[in-house]
Design a protein around this ligand. Sequence first.
Ligand code: GRG
Length: 291
Amino acid sequence: MIKIKLIKNAKKVDNYLSNFLKKQENSLLVAPMKYGVISGGKKIRSTIIFDTGKLLNIKEKKLVNICAAVECIHSYSLIHDDLPCMDDDSFRRGKPSAHKKFGEATAVLAGNSLLTLAFEIISGEKKFLTSKQKNEIIKLLANFSGHTGIAGGQELDLKYENKKKKLIHIIDMQRKKTGKLFNFCMQSTAIIANKNQKEKKLLGKLGEEVGLLFQLADDFLDVKGNRQLVGKSIKKDSKKGKSTLINLLGYQKSLIYADKLKKKILLKLKKHGKNAKDLTETIEFILKRKF
Ligand code: GRG
């Protein structure tokens, strides 16, 4: 069931991105950008957006633009993460990493272009977003992508290699590196639903917890996953001396931590009743996923 949902959602976002790029002037970077963002990856962040749309009674057609933007930022981060100066990996989404396929300079430029494309998509949306909503969404996405979000989290991830870090530092790093983009998914949907400030922040925080859970599952897959299924290299964290919960607490205790986190998230969703069905299913999948 969840697989079908993921594939269906990914197609919607891929189509949107293809059409968006088709309308723009062609350039040498379009092929590597498409290689990075279209036809690959689970598009789980888009699924969280659509699921949150169900929670808040917002139609999917109003949300595809933020899905496309978030997938551009996410794919950009993966292209750069694979570079030799970062986590140095040649295998991503079951195929050669962007820099292996197109060369390092092109991969850097394609990544940068996906970053700016995300903001072009949101700012250019005429039908489904008001100017006020656009401003709020752009500000949020910028804040979560830069030094207070993904980029900052990645810097911590690199600086924490081969260091004994405390639990709060590891969680803070993972919230930034991965959680903030999930915060964006739920908070931006709440912006589109015209929720009040308190509700927007609450949903954002909940999204961040989902992102943290997603990162913990990613760490479990690094230890026990199957390379072909996961589509990327595994057993890298301990080789690189990464500061993960598993390296700090051990596998079993980390599983217990993640399970408690999942239950805490699901409890918070209870008040939404039937509307939370899809999001609950996605959260269950996140922890037990094999890919
Ligand atoms: C993008 C703002 C920005 C900065 C670049 C390189 C970098 C700084 C950040 C890397 C952050 C990073 C790699 C976080 C890991 C997040 C994560 C768990 C990725 C895997 O996500 P999936 O499983 O991937 O959703 P697919 O391939 O399914 O899309």
